[in-house]
Design a protein. Structure first.
Length: 227
């Protein structure tokens, strides 16, 4: 029994294919920034049937253009872990895709009480001119934004593993908002992408963190001593 995490692919899929063939994981979780040139399931076709469960969170580059967005969200939305939890390989896994944006909300430092510009996507949509909306909702450029309402939704759930695109404070470019979310959700592990760095760390609450490098597979299995 195992979960394979794959750091930001950015159109590089060969390391994932090789890892799937080698380890035959029960679950694969993609950590965002796919840079897809075809629908996700078509891209993963060489190994799709080898994995019982595919899940993903989106990154900031998945909203760079309509093609990237549609090839991910429109093709396999049922695989998204964003703002929800799922029982995978006997563990509860929760996901938070996207990034914090200073113009909306940036819970980066401890004690940062700056009020968010918008609590939820609906507030931004109401303030956006109709001709600037995409598909009648948020502009495409904001489809990767984390709103406070997203975090509030997850705070009401429990998880064993929290999967995020943004990093917690274990990384110098991380956010204490991720630390606090993991603590409230009861997470025993945080796994993140985005910063293209392989490392082990801890949140300010002492929760183990695994940062996964770009186009890099990382296997969590039952042999891991602390999990």
């Amino acid at each position: 029994m195992s979960i394979l995490f794959y750091g930001d692919p950015h159109a590089q899929w060969r390391p994932l294919f090789e890892a799937v063939k080698k380890h035959r994981p029960d679950v694969v979780i993609l950590l965002g920034d796919m840079d897809l040139d075809e629908p996700l399931r078509a891209k993963l076709a060489p190994v799709w049937d080898m994995v019982p469960a595919w899940r993903w969170i989106h990154g900031n580059h998945d909203a760079d253009n309509e093609e990237y967005f549609e090839f991910l969200f429109d093709d396999y939305i049922q695989g998204s872990l964003h703002c929800r939890t799922d029982l995978l390989d006997g563990r509860i896994v929760g996901g938070l895709g996207g990034i914090f944006k200073a113009k909306v909300w940036s819970p980066r430092l401890e004690g940062d009480n700056a009020a968010p510009s918008f609590d939820a996507a609906e507030g931004m949509i109401q303030r956006t001119a109709r001709f600037d909306r995409w598909r009648g909702g948020l502009p495409l450029s904001q489809r990767d934004t984390i709103f406070p309402a997203d975090v509030k939704k997850l705070r009401n759930l429990r998880t064993d593993i929290l999967v995020t695109h943004e990093a917690p404070s274990s990384h110098r470019h991380g956010f204490v908002g991720i630390d606090d979310l993991a603590q409230v959700m009861g997470a025993r592990l945080v796994v993140h992408g985005h910063l293209h760095q392989d490392y082990d760390g801890r949140t300010r609450h002492g929760i183990p963190v695994r940062g996964v490098g770009g186009a890099t597979p990382w296997l969590l299995d039952d042999l891991d001593p602390d999990f």
